[in-house]
Each structure stands twice: as C-alpha cells, then as structure tokens.
Design a protein around this ligand. Structure first.
Ligand code: ZN
Length: 140
C-alpha cells in the first residue's frame, strides 16, 4: 500500500449507547454540535444519530432490540467507542483488498446503512483491537 492512500479521511467515530436521547443531550452539552440527524436502521436493529461539528462526525448507535451487533456490544463491553469509520471512494474494493491482504473482514460485501450509506467492516482482531469501517455516503 506504499504511496497509495486507501482512505480519504476519518469519516466518523461510532459510539454504542444505551439511551439515544440522553446521549444526544449529553453530547450537545459537552461538545455542542451544529447538526443532529436521527434515523432508524431496522436491518441493523439500531437507532442512529449523526452529530456533526465542522468536518467531524460522531455516530451514536442505540439498539432497538436484543438482536444485532450493537446490543451484543453493549452486553459485552457497555457503552463506549464501537468503531472508527474511514471515507473511501469504493467500499467494495476497499474490503476486497483488505481480505486479499489477509485481514479478517466482517463483511465480504458492503451493507447498506443510514442515509443511503454503504459500509463494510474489518474485524478488530485483524486491526489491533479496533473495528474499522470502510464507509461511503450519498448526500443526505
Ligand atoms: Zn459508522
């Protein structure tokens, strides 16, 4: 990968929370975001709030049922940082390349997320304990 930049920039940091309204309110008090957008993603069993501050975004993820990765994360770890997402031009290519290089991936194919985004995850065991998300969004 020398010389080739795979990702464009950090897209957002994903944080698993147990109460979406309380977490939005607390982060507004602590940080003060310019924009807050909320959506539910039934396929992932989560409510998502994207908090925007200039070029930076924080994604709050709150489970809507006992199913899904965020509910499991909360059971295993409690609230906290869940993943770091990087903007990439082509999520399919990014995850395929990671797998070809021998990294363990969570998704072999991109999944659809909130606001028409696509994403694919690299397993934390292959990434020094951090769940890495390759992310591309359409405008919202
Ligand atoms: Zn994310």
């Amino acid at each position: 990968l020398q010389g080739s930049s795979k990702a464009l920039k950090i897209s957002h940091i994903g944080i698993a929370v147990s109460d979406i309204e309380k977490s939005i309110s607390d982060y507004q008090k602590l940080i003060g975001f310019e924009r807050v957008e909320q959506v539910e993603v039934p396929s992932e069993h989560v409510k998502v709030a994207m908090l925007t501050l200039a070029e930076s975004e924080i994604e709050l993820l709150c489970p809507t049922s006992e199913e899904g990765a965020i509910a499991k994360f909360l059971r295993d770890h409690g609230e906290g940082i869940h993943h770091i997402a990087f903007d990439v031009a082509d999520v399919s290519k990014a995850i395929e390349d990671a797998e070809k290089l021998g990294f363990r991936v969570v998704d072999k194919k991109p999944r659809r997320g909130a606001w028409g985004s696509v994403a694919a995850f690299v397993h934390p065991r292959s990434a020094h304990g951090v769940l890495i998300e390759y992310y591309a969004k359409t405008k919202r």
